[in-house]
Design a binder for this molecule. Structure first.
Ligand SMILES: Nc1ncnc2c1ncn2[C@@H]1O[C@H](COP(=O)(O)OP(=O)(O)OP(=O)(O)O)[C@@H](O)[C@H]1O
Length: 613
């Protein structure tokens, strides 16, 4: 099953957050997946790497030349012996700055282009999952995980490659002065550039693996605690939710402290390695009878070279911290429901071919549709069959949990059937490009969202560019026109976050008006009159059906049985199957759930109306 509704505190939904990380091959697989994406920008990345190496080499050469200059000058040689070194020092100092700037420019240019691609792909894959991933976790994937790709290249691979290249060059140059000293330098560079990074990786790997998922979980906590604050308070669960989030935040802080302490210790070891290497190089050079000035050059050059090699420790630390995020991005990019699959659909390579342009109405067919939210769970729809010819108006009723909303979700493609097929205009729903299906099938779905903007903007989301007459007709049919007129700001009234400045009924009417304005060929209305009082509910349902263009089909999902008398057919659903069907008049005359429920509701509403002043 493709989607489920996760609850607060459930951090497993659709997330790899708690999944163990793959083994080394798998981990490198994540890097390989990222590098494959980097292929179109390889030239730019290699250019950035060479510029980074040139920058580091300029710094090393500057230190060595300046040392030679200072030590030689102490011997008071004729000035012309120093001229070249003086010019070289100036040139190296300037070129180091210029090279650093161009390297940053080239590196960021390549990486930001790549990251734009990766972000678009990750976004497309997450969108294709349609709600299987939690909002906070989605945000974390889009922001910090994709940044991991950027950091892998900018902070690990490019500086790491530059440091390795300059280390080799430094050993080569030292060998020109003294091979034994070059041997010592090579040893020190191996310690600084290979052993210390490996040690840093080993010491921080486990903590780093936990950090990214914990950050994702904390982002999800933040969303739950803010968006779900009212529900948590209503159920007295705020304390527990805050405690759980607090525990996670403390654990994250502990891990980050541990990572920082380990980093500090490794940095200190790096300084020690630099000092020891310089000492060993000087000792080897003196024993080999190297001239005093060149010994000084070797000593300072060694300190500079080891410092450059120590960038590999930083690169390794970065890489360790990025692995979890990289693995999550790679897992998403491998997703079979991801962009590649979606591209196939979008370009009509799916088995259904290009979708027909929406004409008047379209037929819908459910054939043996079974939907199961979890393996082994009872099906929410169980071998469901239904023909809905164009223009037919049908209501789906039934007890709570019967599968009514699942039917709507399956028809709109939000939930994929485990078995069977749903076709709209003869084509499988799953083969429609994501932006095409809503033009054919849509409407008011469960928990419709009202946006923190004006009434008009909320409405126009249904059909951008709709003219004023169409907007008027939609709000009139939803029974909201008088309210809009009565507002000082009229159509420009801002409705508040999640429509918080509207009553429940007004929110519902606004969402309904939006669905009517969209006017899809198959209008699905999940509890269209929820939150309205009985007489308003009947009036709104009647005007809604009247406002729906002839030829368009309507599927009304309702708890309320009143107001359904004019529909072509009513289906009674129980446990995912149709248990009764017919017109209202027939069903109230037949013993069964519908008649019982009708009598109960009638009595309740008569009581309600009798009590009204
Ligand atoms: N996202 C989900 N994850 C797991 N189970 C689900 C999910 N959505 C629905 N179900 C289950 O599927 C079954 C049908 O649910 P559905 O929401 O379709 O029923 P319904 O008839 O619309 O109910 P109601 O009238 O209460 O809204 C129920 O048993 C429900 O628990």
């Amino acid at each position: 099953m493709s989607t489920r509704r996760p609850g607060p505190g459930d951090h497993s939904a659709g997330t790899t957050a708690q999944r163990p990380l793959p083994d080394v091959a798998g981990r490198l697989g994540a890097e390989r997946a990222v590098l494959r994406l980097a292929r179109p920008y390889l030239n730019r990345l290699v250019g950035a790497g060479l510029l980074a190496a040139a920058t580091e080499f300029a710094a090393l050469a500057l230190m060595a030349t300046a040392t030679w200059l200072l030590m030689s000058a102490a011997e008071r040689p004729p000035l012309d012996r120093l001229t070249v070194a003086i010019v070289a020092v100036r040139a190296l100092a300037i070129s180091r700055g210029v090279l650093r700037y161009t390297e940053r420019l080239a590196g960021h240019d390549a990486v930001l282009r790549l990251v734009t691609d990766v972000r678009a792909r990750v976004f497309a894959t997450l969108a294709a999952r349609r709600g299987a991933t939690r909002t906070g976790d989605t945000l974390s994937r889009l922001v910090s995980d994709v940044e991991a790709v950027q950091d892998l290249l900018l902070r690990a691979l490019v500086p790491g490659a530059a440091a390795a290249l300059v280390s080799v060059l430094a050993v080569g140059l030292a060998a020109l002065i003294s091979p034994p000293a070059a041997g010592m330098l090579a040893l020190g560079l191996l310690l600084a550039g290979v052993a210390l990074p490996a040690l840093a990786t080993a010491l921080t790997r486990r903590a780093a693996d936990e950090v990214a998922p914990l950050r994702g979980a904390l982002a999800a906590d933040a969303v739950d605690l803010t968006h779900g604050a009212a529900e948590l308070a209503a159920f007295g669960a705020t304390g527990d939710a805050l405690r759980a989030a607090g525990d996670r935040a403390r654990r994250l802080a502990r891990l980050e402290r541990r990572l920082a302490a380990t980093g500090f210790a490794v940095d200190a070891a790096g300084v020690l390695v630099a000092g020891l290497t310089a000492g060993a190089v000087v000792f080897a050079a003196l024993r080999a009878g190297v001239d005093g000035v060149l010994v000084g050059v070797l000593a300072v050059g060694t300190l500079a070279a080891v410092e450059i090699a120590l960038a590999l420790v930083g690169a390794a630390r970065q890489w360790t911290g990025l692995r979890a995020g990289l693995a999550r991005v790679a897992a998403l990019l491998d997703d079979p429901t991801g962009p590649a699959a979606r591209d196939a659909v979008a370009t009509g390579r799916g088995d259904g071919g290009p979708a027909p342009a929406p004409t008047g109405g379209v037929p819908v067919r459910f054939a043996g549709v079974t939907v199961r939210y979890r393996p082994g769970a009872a099906p929410a729809l169980d071998g469901f069959d239904l023909d809905l010819p164009a223009g037919r108006r049908v209501a789906v009723v039934g007890p709570s949990g019967a599968g009514k909303s699942t039917l709507a979700a399956a028809l709109t493609g939000a939930v994929l059937p485990d078995e069977g097929r749903i076709t709209v205009a003869g084509r499988d729903v799953s083969t429609y490009p994501p932006d095409e299906l809503p033009r054919l099938v849509g409407g008011l779905l469960a928990e419709a969202h009202v946006f923190h903007t004006t009434v008009r903007e909320n409405l126009l989301l249904g059909r951008p560019g709709a003219d004023q007459d169409a907007q008027d007709a939609a709000v009139a049919a939803a029974g909201l026109r008088d309210w809009v007129r009565a507002q000082p700001d009229g159509w420009d009234t801002v409705v508040g976050e999640e429509g918080g400045q509207l009553s429940g009924g007004q929110r519902q009417r606004l969402a309904l008006a939006r669905a009517l304005l969209a006017a899809p060929a198959v209008l699905v209305l999940d509890e269209p009159t929820e939150g309205l009082d009985p007489s308003a509910a009947d009036a709104v349902l009647a005007s809604t059906l009247e406002a729906t263009p002839a030829g368009h089909s309507v599927l009304v999902i309702s708890h309320r049985l009143s107001g359904l008398a004019d529909l072509d057919e009513i289906l009674v659903l129980d446990a995912g199957r149709i248990v009764q069907r017919g017109r209202h008049a027939d069903l109230v005359a037949t013993p069964g759930w519908y008649r019982d429920q009708w009598q109960l509701q009638e009595a309740a509403e008569r009581g309600y109306l009798a009590l009204r002043p």
